[in-house]
Design a protein around this ligand. Sequence first.
Ligand SMILES: Cc1cc2nc3c(=O)[nH]c(=O)nc-3n(C[C@H](O)[C@H](O)[C@H](O)COP(=O)(O)OP(=O)(O)OC[C@H]3O[C@@H](n4cnc5c(N)ncnc54)[C@H](O)[C@@H]3O)c2cc1C
Length: 482
Amino acid sequence: MKVIVIGAGISGLTSAIYARRAGCETLVLEKALGPGGLSTSWSRKGYTFEGGIHWLIGAIPSIPLHSVWLETGALQENNPVYFKDPIYTLVDGNQRIPLHRDFHGLPVKGLRDTLALLSLRFHVWCFRYFHQPITDLRGLKVREPRPFSVWEYVRMLPAVLITPFLLVQSSRFYAKRFASKQIRGLLAAVVNPRNNALSMIYTLSTFAAGDSGYPEGGSIRMAGNMADRLLSLGGEIRYRTPALGVEKSSEGWTVRTEGESVQADAVIISVDARTAIDKLFPEPLQDRWARKMRASLETTQCMFLALGIKTALAEWPRSMQVVLRRPLEAAGFKYETLVVNKYPSEEGFAPAGCCVLTCLLHGNSYGYWKKAKASGTYVQEKKAIVEQLIEVLGEVIPEIRGNVAVTDMATPLTYERYCSTFEGSYMTNWPAGKTVCHAPIRYRRGLYFTGQRTLYSGGLPPAAQSGRIVAQTLCKDFGLVF
Ligand SMILES: Cc1cc2nc3c(=O)[nH]c(=O)nc-3n(C[C@H](O)[C@H](O)[C@H](O)COP(=O)(O)OP(=O)(O)OC[C@H]3O[C@@H](n4cnc5c(N)ncnc54)[C@H](O)[C@@H]3O)c2cc1C
């Protein structure tokens, strides 16, 4: 039984590892130079820029997803997880206000804030047992079955009951129940403020439960661990090998690459499904879900900026929500606050005595950058934004000035180029009040989708979970033992 997995991101690697464990001959085709996809880090002149994981859900054993991270080799002895607390610290002039995992120390003043904090605590409490269940498909032969537990689902009931209320409002709207601008700012830093409030409350509940940490070595080590696990099991990965097309053939499926056509019994597509439906088949897919996806999909885009700093910034918090004195203007957006993460030299991110600062700017700027590319101003505009960032951030963190050793910036066009995500989206999202359109995990016997767009909401958990489900679906279709 031969399986081809297209894409060596987290979902592709997860599915490949489980397929290989089930005895399939497994070949992963990846267009990039290495594993990880969107979950990646890269180096410039001795500085490493973490361009993926900010926190990993399932980092503690009590969360079922943890077993997937262990089985796929994502978490090992070489990447122990660091659990930050506070999650963020608001830097507003001379004030430093931490957002702790248990919310202690928030500047709550007056009845409105007191009530708002009470309800926030209650909502987070409702989600304390909420998690993505890791189960087995019905009728599947499994070596190590996961017993179904009704109790596991009963405990999620409080979360399920308040979910409709959280789905219809954005995180930004939810935060407005606080009178304190500073608390609003801190909450806005947790997830993309456009996302529904469910993603924010769920994320906060994972922090409150002691989960959501940062694995040492970051995205690149974790993805490398998974790639190594697949190779050690006897799987194969071909980098710099974009899949150009997938077709049904008499013996199964054919995947076309530059100069070669590879046959397989089954193909798993982990490329962003929105891209795949138009680009990977002889004709764009016209199934109902595909048409709905084309018509209704809202992408989530960001700009990512990174600075290598020639000083340690030791007295500055590790994760900050910085209130700027002047807004940063980038790609038609005005940012009055910035979420800034600091990566120290002790963890290998920078030469001794130095550090890295990264900053993720939410907002859909794909169209803007497309125009800049067409008019030939793309590179200059990126440069100007980085210079502006150094200026406005330097007004709050003066040590930055004159100490920037190296810079980098990714736009949606970067994500589109490297990972082929639709309009350069950096993860799937679930906007407030909207229904979302999934791609089916089983398109037909022998052809499957995983990763972006198959399970919601976004990030690494659905990538891993869909990778496991897809492998189970394949095993069931072909009578293999999972
Ligand atoms: C800046 C940033 C911060 C993030 N922070 C977090 C976080 O803190 N926590 C979290 O959970 N998630 C985070 N995410 C999101 C998370 O990284 C993604 O949701 C996840 O990695 C998606 O995995 P995937 O396998 O579904 O897709 P991808 O990573 O997109 O994998 C698809 C793979 O397919 C390859 N590919 C595409 N087309 C082809 C082709 N034709 N042939 C061969 N290969 C192809 C791509 O190169 C890629 O490797 C972040 C992402 C970014 C960019």
